[in-house]
Design a protein around this ligand. Structure first.
Ligand SMILES: [Zn+2]
Length: 499
């Protein structure tokens, strides 16, 4: 369709120009419009080389011409003898033509919403622009913005000179789009008729966003209903995942509050979100409030108001294979190999060879070596009270050796059947104050406290974070209204803002 249309248009314009030439000499005021020269009709087609260069390889412009069409059109035009080439027109004729053409031109501004199946070049050619010109604009624009990225629903603000007779845009003067609020990408025709692109960036303001609410269903679901962005919800859940069983410990009516950084454009639109600086969960009557703190060495962690690191329970089943069943409990048992009653100092989890073994909690590796009976054996010291041990391992994870710090959930080894073992399983031990205890009965907590200079710096941060919340009550209230409107949270009271 476009191919035929454009071809007809080229012919039409040329015919008009030939006629115009006849009247040209009589016009004397023509110089007045010279300045508009670069907005006049360009019916010429680009040469092959230019086209090859500017068409992105991996893109199919559904609405645009194929390269073949263009080449064929260019060939046809070259063969056509009957029309006078623009270049052959006398200078005066060109001027007169421009003036007459301008009479039919109107400046047009429109907002074009990208629809399914649209391409940037397709949109421009649909408006009546020559394909070559559209690709020129695309190429110029690409210096700041790849217009292939336009998404359905995105708006292009397009200024054009339009031939009112045919309602075709014959020259685009400016295109602006703002895919992310506060950042505008502009391509504009300069005085020489060339397209130039630039970016306009609004100054972003940083603020602390506070959202609180009542849990109804899952923590994540309730936070999303309250308007918390997905990435913040995910981080919030991570912060609490080792200290709270978010599936079993949370009840309807429990409360959450989160404070996080976000950047705003001058119009108030959120451009991006940053870190969670405060995370609070109130389960029943127990409130856990955690503050983000980056110490002088750059380590980031979350601490309670007193500077105590988030209490992380030891993972009682530190295996990738969560279905692993207990094949032998802690306590006295008849030993299958030694054929006598012996104390079993840990718990055995039957799991396939090579299953990943995790660190049960944060800590430092104290042993990673062969120990008689245990085979390949790892121990980790978590704090002054607790250590854990892992036996019958097939192999250690890369880098696991004494002195290395590990995080809870980090892979430390792989399940095997080394040492005194009848089949692949993990022998897991918890050592409390030097004594082996039943791993299934512990309620251990790990985590370091801040002290000295770090604690001082932390206290300042706590004060700042508490203040940040107080100034944002308004924003949060607004959000609460919005939540109330959705009707998904039954009792989202106005007093959910702490401080
Ligand atoms: Zn065992």
């Amino acid at each position: 369709m476009n191919f035929k249309r454009a071809k007809a248009k080229v012919k039409r314009i040329r015919q008009e120009r030939t006629l115009l030439g006849v009247y040209a000499v009589a016009v004397t005021t023509a110089l007045l419009v010279y300045v508009y020269n670069n907005n006049s009709v360009r019916a010429s087609l680009p040469d092959d080389e230019e086209l090859v260069e500017i068409i992105p390889e991996d893109t199919a412009y559904e609405d645009a011409f194929s390269l073949e069409d263009d080449l064929r059109l260019a060939e046809d035009e070259a063969k056509a003898p009957q029309t006078v080439e623009i270049e052959d027109l006398p200078k005066e004729a060109e001027v007169a033509e421009d003036m007459l053409t301008l009479k039919a031109l109107g400046v047009n501004e429109e907002d074009v919403k990208v629809e399914k199946g649209d391409s940037f070049i397709g949109i421009l050619t649909k408006m009546g622009l020559e394909y070559a010109e559209a690709t020129n604009i695309y190429t110029a624009y690409k210096k700041v913005y790849d217009a292939r990225k336009v998404k359905v629903g995105q708006v292009l603000h397009i200024s054009s000179l339009t031939d009112s007779k045919y309602n075709d845009a014959i020259s685009i003067t400016k295109i602006m789009t703002e895919p992310v609020s506060g950042t505008r990408y502009i391509v504009e025709k300069n005085a020489d008729g060339k397209y130039e692109a630039r970016t306009e960036q609004d100054d972003l303001t940083e603020e602390i966003k506070v959202v609180s609410g009542t849990i109804n269903g899952t923590v994540g679901g309730s936070m999303k209903v309250a308007g918390v962005p997905n990435n913040i919800v995910g981080n919030f859940i991570n912060i609490f995942s080792y200290s709270v069983d978010l599936r079993r410990d949370v009840r309807a009516g429990d409360k959450f509050e989160v404070k996080y950084e976000q950047n705003l454009a001058p119009n108030g639109n959120v451009v991006k979100t940053g870190d969670i600086i405060y995370a609070e969960l109130t389960l029943g009557k127990v409130k856990t409030a955690l503050y983000r703190f980056k110490d002088s060495s750059g380590t980031v962690d979350y601490y309670d108001e007193k500077g105590q690191a988030l209490k992380k329970s030891l993972d009682r089943k530190p295996l990738e294979y969560k279905k692993a069943r207990v094949s032998s409990k802690f306590g006295t048992r008849f030993h299958p190999i030694l054929k006598q009653y012996r104390m079993h100092s840990g718990v055995d989890y039957a799991a396939p060879q090579g299953t990943k073994v995790y660190a049960s909690g944060d800590g430092t590796v104290t042993k990673a070596k062969w120990v008689n009976g245990y085979g390949n054996y790892v121990t980790i010291r978590h704090n002054s009270e607790y250590s854990t041990g892992y036996g019958h391992l097939k192999a250690y994870a890369k880098g696991i050796r004494p002195g290395v710090r590990v995080k809870q959930g980090q892979v430390i080894a792989y399940v095997g059947s080394t040492g005194r073992s009848t089949g692949p399983h993990l022998h897991f031990e918890v050592i409390r104050n030097g004594k082996k205890v039943d791993p299934l009965k512990i309620k251990a907590a790990t985590g370091e406290s801040l002290s000295g200079e770090k604690l001082k710096a932390f206290k300042k941060v706590v004060a700042q974070i508490n203040n940040a919340g107080a100034t944002e009550t308004k924003v949060a209230s607004k959000k609460d209204d919005a939540v109330a409107n959705t009707g998904n949270i039954a009792s989202n009271t106005g007093d959910t803002i702490a401080n």
